[in-house]
Each structure stands twice: as C-alpha cells, then as structure tokens.
Design a protein around this ligand. Structure first.
Ligand SMILES: Cc1cc2nc3c(=O)[nH]c(=O)nc-3n(C[C@H](O)[C@H](O)[C@H](O)COP(=O)(O)O)c2cc1C
Length: 335
C-alpha cells in the first residue's frame, strides 16, 4: 500500500491526483482515472455566483458519486458572500473537499476578478477563503493557486501563508504564472518554497507525464501529493503506473488492443451518461479518442479521423483499423 496523507479529515493515497480540467475531466473521465488508481479527483470548475442564481446545471456539475471519492467540487468566484452561499449549496452534494480556483488564467474568469486574478489581491483571496471555510463547517476547503500573476510578481509563498491562516486545509500549486498560461515549463522551485512555508499539505502540479516526472516532483519539491492534468489525456492508466512506482510494483503498460478497449469503454461511459444526446456525447468523445491514439505510428492521420466520428460503431471500427495498423507494423519490424 502507498503512504497516505490527510487533507483535513480526508485520507488520500500519496500517489497522484487528477487535476480539475473544465471541458475534459467530466464524470466519465474522472471515473476512468479513479478506476486506474487516481488518489483523488476534482470537479470541473463551477461558478459560485452561477449556482447561487440558477440551479439548472448545479446537480450535473456538483454531484459526487461514491466511485469518484475522495473528490472535491471546485468553485470559482470573486465575492466572499456568493462563495459562502455557493458552499452551502454544494455541501448538499456531500463532496469530501471543497476547492477554490485561484489559478484559472482565462480572460472570461479573470475578467470577473476570479481565478488567477486573485493572485493580485491576496486580501480578497483570504476573505473568500475564510468565508468558504466558515460555510463549509467540517468539510475541508482547499485552494489551487499559480506561482503568481506574472514573472515580476511571484507571490505563491505569501499567498499560501495567507490562505493557510484563513483556514485552507491544503494548497495546490501550479508552478506557472498567469501570464504563462500553459507555456514554458512549470517551476518546481516555487512549489518547494510553498511547501517549506506552510504547515498544511501542498499539492504539486505542472507537467507530470509519467512515474519518473511524478517522482521527480515529489523529490524536488517535497510536496505531499502530486496532481496531474494533461498527462492523463488518453492515458487514465498513468495513475496505475504511478501507484505501481509508489508501491514498488512492476508496471506493464497496456497493449495497443487494451488501450483501444479502454478508449471504447470511456466512450461508452460518455454515451451512457448522456443518453438523450448521443450526437453531443460523440462530439465530446472525439478529442478523447484522438488522445488515446496519440504517439503511435500513423497516429496523425487517425487523430484527424477521430474528429469526424459521429457514432460508437464508427469509433469501434476506427479502433479495429488502428490496432491492425499497429500489429502489422510490429510484425513487419520483426521479420
Ligand atoms: C483543458 C484544461 C482545463 C482546465 N480547467 C481547470 C479548472 O477547471 N480548474 C482549475 O483549477 N484548473 C484547470 N486547469 C489547470 C489544470 O488543473 C492544471 O493546473 C494545469 O493543466 C497544469 O497541470 P498539467 O501540466 O498536469 O496539465 C485546466 C487545464 C486544462 C488544460
């Protein structure tokens, strides 16, 4: 068994967690990752104000199924009162943890003063956190931040200390500034500095793509838990690879046939979760299918074809064709 850490009262295996990813890490994605051993998952970000004003999508966004636990629901917002009210609404769905997004760089979110805009207003960030902590009662509240707003204002350490004082039960740090969006390399040094400055668990995030980079994140930062976003695209089994490394077990990656079966299962799950709208679910599934085929011989062409998929039957026959191509190539290389 891997070691565990505690976020508030919630026990989490010290392997790797799935990062929140709006438009990607929906329930089907989270379930796939959990099945392969993700230690912890976070929902797609939900607008605090949005759920206070309308309950249309709240259930869809905030429901936590037992298979996804331990799981956090992530809120974003820029007003302490709305945040507190939203936490009250979210608690009805019994999340294990409530996470606050203070790292999102997209203009639509930053423009409202939320997400990484809060890296520029630490005192408001603290008020939002304190309001959420008060409203959450026993449920731990965590915050996800970046290294700073830009290279001239790297303030993750000060931010983390202030948020800890406001009651945050853990701090996740993506080692990039807001200005970097997703470019350049994540700075592990800032994660190490945050870890050295606070007493609550620190979750390190940025550019982990396999067991080796995960172990490097643990070793170079001393963080308590590693969180993976894009490295899980088309590879939910990355969590198994990491759990195996953490437990000193041998890991055998899936064969191409197994990989395609995992992809098809993922697509079936997406379709089951959207029974009334196969077309929309297949549209969503296209990018996932393309990711599952990434990195193989001839995959560029197949990825293009993934973006044309409009039914499960088409996905199945594309997967069969893909397997045949890979096996034929392996055979040719052997003779
Ligand atoms: C498509 C996409 C959507 C994201 N959505 C969220 C989100 O809803 N909330 C959040 O805190 N971070 C979000 N992020 C940031 C990730 O959680 C993570 O911090 C970032 O991708 C860096 O980690 P990685 O290098 O492992 O991908 C998103 C990232 C991507 C690529």
């Amino acid at each position: 068994m891997a070691e565990t850490i505690k976020i508030g009262k919630v026990e989490v295996a010290k392997t790797a967690a799935l990062a929140p990813m709006a438009g990607v890490a929906d329930r089907a994605y989270r379930l796939m990752c959990k099945e392969f051993g993700a230690a912890y998952a976070v929902s797609e970000m939900v607008s605090a104000k949005g759920i206070c004003y309308s309950d249309r999508k709240t259930a869809e966004l905030c429901t936590v199924t037992d298979e996804e636990r331990p799981m956090a629901v992530q809120l974003f917002g820029s007003e302490p009162d709305f945040m507190a009210e939203a936490v009250g609404i979210v608690l009805e769905y019994k999340p294990d943890i409530i996470d606050i997004n203070m790292g999102c760089p997209v203009p639509k979110v930053v423009g409202t003063g939320a997400g990484s805009a809060l890296m520029k207003d630490i005192s408001l960030a603290a008020d939002i956190t304190a309001a959420a902590v008060k409203a959450a009662g026993e449920t731990p509240v965590t915050v996800k931040i970046r290294s700073g707003w830009n290279a001239e204002s790297i303030n993750a350490v000060e931010m983390a200390k202030t948020l800890e004082a406001a009651g945050a039960a853990a701090i996740a740090v993506h080692g990039r500034t807001r200005d970097q969006f997703y470019s350049g390399q994540a700075d592990l040094g800032i994660i190490r500095d945050v870890k050295a400055a606070v007493g609550v668990p620190v979750i390190g995030n940025g550019d982990v793509t396999d067991a080796a980079s995960c172990m490097a994140m643990y070793e170079q930062t001393g963080c308590d838990l590693v969180m993976i976003g894009r490295g899980s695209y088309g590879r939910p089994f990355i969590f198994e690879e990491i759990a195996a490394a953490a437990e000193g077990r041998e890991y055998v990656p899936p064969t191409v046939e197994e990989r395609m079966e995992i992809m098809l299962r993922h697509i079936r799950m997406m379709l089951e979760m959207s029974p009334k709208n196969e077309e929309m679910a297949m549209h969503e599934a296209r990018k996932h299918a393309a990711w599952y085929m990434n990195g193989f011989y001839g995959s560029a062409k197949f990825r293009g074809r993934c973006y044309q998929l409009s039914s499960y039957a088409e996905a199945k026959s594309l997967a069969d064709e893909f397997i045949k191509l890979q096996l034929d190539r392996m055979h040719r290389n052997q003779v």
